[in-house]
Write a protein that binds this ligand. Structure first.
Ligand SMILES: Cc1cc2nc3c(=O)[nH]c(=O)nc-3n(C[C@H](O)[C@H](O)[C@H](O)COP(=O)(O)O)c2cc1C
Length: 444
């Protein structure tokens, strides 16, 4: 039998009004879309019609406040699992990847909610496992300080172990529900976790049957060395910010190279860098479109976004036209993004305001501004030259940017044989080409 050609995977990274920090002010964009279910329903349906693998929703469990925050559309948005549960009822094929933090949650809650979403959606749930990059979350959960970087990852590792253990509470066929005999479940197919670890004590079992996918797909987005190690051990999809083909290739080789020590094949983990995409009929139209968003960026807003992405630093006391100050390694934020942004500033000698403006759209993710065929050329190069198995697509504004991608770039990728023309399977796992995990407590 001939092997089907390898094709790329696509995630639609949704964010309220769009990824551009000034999108909410743009005439194309409904400013209240962050809490408008009809708007999200439309996005989900655009993405599903275009055969995207999944919707991807990020999260932060604290609302930015203050003079600058009051000028950004980042302080009100839906809780991801609630949103995706609602979207599961108005979609049929597309995967539903919600972010949940291992630092400010308990594993039982997380296992239960994702198992529920997997059942509700017929096997389309994914968990973006993050350790929280927003220091302000700590104060919403009884702490003065955010948990330190290494400690967060230690907790995350055990958290994952407990959640997957809870998903294996029941064998797939444990619930016999036999009316004639009166047997609802088979006790021999129940496995009580009884976990006692450094961070958690969890008895189990979970009060939800094993998820249709076995486990919802495990996604991860940490890219520091310790984050990569956790991903190599546990993740099936990795979302990462990379600023060039060369850095993406190095990341790809490094992460895939870490899999063998865990007995995993390179295909068992899909690497999907973020790409910020602005599509136009011509290159100049795409550039004009991008500039129409850039013109709305207030320097202070760009710099506030930059400070947050560098790892929760307040840069408001530094001159806008001065260089990026020397900053300590972030303990609370993303160390990988801090390095990426610091390198970007150094490469072109950018001032603080210039760097803030540069990342106002894609926050450091690789930017593609052009025609569908120019964009497809770059995606193809990354896909074929060892930098990506697919992409998480960020667009400046919603819904228009997603529509542009769906109508322009997706058909171009399909013409090149690089993207599906129909969904291959029923579950997110099947569409991503990932194996269904066995129950760890069940003899094979
Ligand atoms: C592309 C990308 C997206 C991320 N999205 C989120 C998010 O939505 N919420 C969150 O709390 N952390 C998010 N993170 C943070 C990480 O998942 C991670 O747990 C933590 O910040 C440490 O990152 P590091 O390993 O790169 O230092 C993201 C990280 C990356 C690289």
């Amino acid at each position: 039998m001939t092997q089907p050609a390898r094709q790329l995977k696509l995630g639609a990274f949704l964010m309220a009004t769009g990824h551009h920090v000034a999108a909410w002010r743009h005439p194309y964009v409904p400013a209240d879309a962050g809490l408008d279910f009809a708007a999200y329903k439309q996005l989900a349906q655009i993405a599903e019609s275009a055969l995207f693998d999944a919707l991807f929703v990020a999260d932060s469990i604290a609302a930015p406040t203050g003079a600058i925050a009051s000028r950004m559309a980042r302080s009100d948005h839906f809780e991801p699992l609630t949103l995706l549960s609602a979207l599961s009822a108005v979609t049929q094929h597309i995967g539903l990847i919600a972010t949940a933090s291992t630092s400010y949650n308990d594993p039982y809650h997380v296992a239960r909610k994702y198992a529920s979403l997997d059942h509700l959606s017929g096997g389309r749930a994914g968990w973006n496992l993050v350790t929280s990059d927003n220091a302000a979350e700590a104060q919403n959960f009884g702490r003065d300080q955010h948990i330190g970087h290494a400690e967060r990852y230690s907790r995350a590792r055990e958290f994952h172990q407990v959640v997957t253990g809870l998903w294996d509470s029941w064998q797939d066929d444990a619930f016999v529900r036999d009316k004639a005999s009166g047997q609802y479940y088979d006790p021999a197919k129940l496995h009580v976790l009884n976990h006692r670890g450094e961070h958690f004590r969890v008895q189990g079992p979970l009060n939800v049957a094993r998820p249709p996918q076995g486990y919802p797909v495990i996604v991860q987005a940490g890219s520091s060395p310790i984050g990569r190690e956790l991903a190599a051990q546990t993740a099936e999809v990795v979302f990462t910010a990379q600023s060039s083909l060369a850095s993406a290739q190095a990341f790809y080789a490094d992460l895939k190279g870490r899999l063998a020590q865990y007995g995993r094949s390179p295909e068992s983990l899909k690497i999907m860098p973020g790409v910020f995409v602005v599509v136009g009929q011509s290159e100049s139209e795409a550039r004009d479109k991008f500039e129409s968003f850039q013109a709305l960026v207030e320097p202070e807003v760009g710099v506030a976004l930059l400070g947050r992405m560098l790892g929760n630093f307040d840069l408001s006391h530094y001159p806008l036209d001065g260089p990026l100050p020397e900053l300590p390694l972030t303990e609370s934020g993303q160390q990988s993004r801090q390095k990426l942004l610091t390198d970007l500033a150094g490469k072109d000698n950018l001032t603080l305001a210039e760097l803030g403006r540069k990342i106002a759209g894609g926050r450091g993710h690789y930017s593609l501004i052009g025609t569908p065929s120019q964009i497809a050329d770059e995606l193809q190069a990354w896909f074929e030259e060892g930098a990506a198995d697919g992409f998480n697509v960020l667009v400046p504004h919603l819904p228009g940017g997603l529509q542009d991608f769906a109508e322009g770039v997706v058909p171009e990728l399909q013409r090149r044989g690089l993207f599906r023309t129909e969904y291959e399977g029923r579950t997110l796992r099947e569409n991503l080409g990932l194996a269904r995990p066995n129950n760890q407590f069940q003899p094979q």
